[in-house]
Design a protein around this ligand. Structure first.
Ligand code: BGC
Length: 414
């Protein structure tokens, strides 16, 4: 078999051989309109190279369902060629020895020089590359319907209080102020921004990256919960359980003024032919300008049998190409994970996103999202989702109790 493969390897790119399985099996949760359009860019690139695409979509924003499905596949000894993955989920698979090694390709192409070091913590293990970053998303954005803003005479809110005043204006004008998807991961994603806005990015780091007890139990954290409670008053009554992209659609249609969401929301605007500055506006969550609370979509490269490795390398190679990182992220709403991709093809929100990542990275204000598994391992992030959602839906009744519960839940999950 080995010698047959060696003979077959002659004449194939990437060391691929005739015996290779020319299929890329990819698990992901990109099932909304904008997400599917972005994934198509990758499918098409690989199809041009002669690879068939085997899609394993698992619906559910934030990827909880996808992570459960992935766990089952890996446990059954049947991992996909690659899986979309977030932060510490990848670290767990790497530590369990489930990921492959694509270091030779990474070295050949010099990825270490162009991917921010903060991200390399998640794409490498003991110096070996086992995942590729597709993009950099960030959660601290707000997305507004421009016509609705014009109608109420709204201007960019720079502080949390100005944000609340803007929401009040929309309410008075009979527009749903805040389009919210009431699912635990979405509420927790919103809370990331509220915490950074309330306490500043250093406070956010102390609480969520360092898990500093005094920060977690502080009056500032209590105030952050109070601020979160203020936002509840501006949602429509049907927010519970709503998918994130349906909340984006409310803003696109002008039924609602604003959504607080990661920049995957922009993928929905783009997919609906909406234009930045003309149809919609993007601002950093008030009080967080200069900081980027990131979550990067990575493709974790699993330990696959020898005949599937060439396809895996082809996928990694395509994902890390400069042209793909531009084309994909223009559609996805995110920004490239490589710092050497020109911003020419991006709209004003994308250009701002690219500049923000560079500036925040240089200023120590590029921090992982707690809600999106980039600040802490999944068990702790899960505890966070749980407390935030219980507070938001009134099961935890006061900000005092919320702070106590958060500290307790995080300590129990450690
Ligand atoms: C992912 C995005 C995705 C979003 C909603 C996030 O966790 O990073 O790529 O679009 O979830 O599904």
């Amino acid at each position: 078999m080995a010698s047959a493969m060696a003979v077959g390897a002659v004449g194939f790119a990437n060391g691929a051989s005739a015996a290779d399985n020319k299929e890329v099996q990819m698990l992901h949760w990109w099932t909304s309109g904008g997400e599917a359009a972005a994934l198509n860019v990758l499918k098409q690139d690989l199809e041009k190279e002669g690879y068939a695409w085997k899609d394993v979509p698992v619906a559910g924003g934030g990827g909880e369902g996808a992570m459960t499905a992935l766990k089952a596949m890996v446990a059954a000894g049947n991992p996909p060629t690659a899986s979309q993955i977030l932060g510490y989920y990848a670290v767990d698979y790497a530590e369990a020895g489930k990921l492959g090694d694509i270091t030779s390709l990474a070295d050949k192409e010099g990825w270490a020089k162009v991917v921010p070091t903060a991200l390399q913590k998640f794409t490498t293990t003991d110096g070996k590359w086992d995942a590729v970053p597709v993009n950099i998303h960030s959660v601290n954005w707000i997305w507004l319907n421009k016509a609705a803003m014009d109608k109420i005479g709204g201007t960019q809110p720079k502080t949390f209080d100005e944000f609340v005043a803007l929401l009040d204006k929309a309410k008075t004008a009979g527009i749903i102020p805040l389009a919210l998807g009431g699912q635990p991961w979405q509420e927790a994603t919103l809370f990331d921004s509220v915490v950074a806005s309330t306490g500043g990015i250093d406070f956010y780091k102390k609480a969520f990256i360092d898990l500093d007890e005094s920060a977690l139990k502080s009056d500032t954290m209590k105030k952050a919960f109070d601020n979160l409670a203020k936002l509840r008053a501006y949602t429509d009554p049907n927010y519970a359980g709503r998918d994130w992209n349906l909340a984006t659609a409310m803003v696109i249609k002008g039924d609602a003024l604003v959504q607080v969401m990661g920049d995957w929301a922009k993928g929905e605007f783009v997919n609906a032919n909406q234009k930045a500055d003309k149809d919609f506006l993007c601002y950093r969550f008030p009080g967080t300008d200069g900081s980027v609370i990131y979550n990067t979509d990575m493709f974790a490269m699993f330990n696959v049998p020898a005949d599937r490795k060439a396809a895996q390398l082809a996928l990694a190679d395509a994902t890390m190409s400069i042209s793909f990182q531009s084309a994909f992220n223009v559609v996805k709403g995110s920004v490239p994970a490589r710092m050497d991709v020109p911003d020419t093809a991006f709209d004003s929100c994308g250009k701002k996103g690219i500049a923000d990542v560079k500036a925040a990275n240089a200023d120590g204000k590029f921090v992982g999202s707690m809600a999106q598994n980039y600040a802490q391992p999944p068990a702790i992030a899960g505890a966070y989702h749980d407390v935030v959602t219980k507070f938001f839906h009134g099961e935890i009744k006061s900000s005092d109790a919320a702070v106590t519960e958060l500290d307790k839940a995080i300590n129990a999950a450690k």
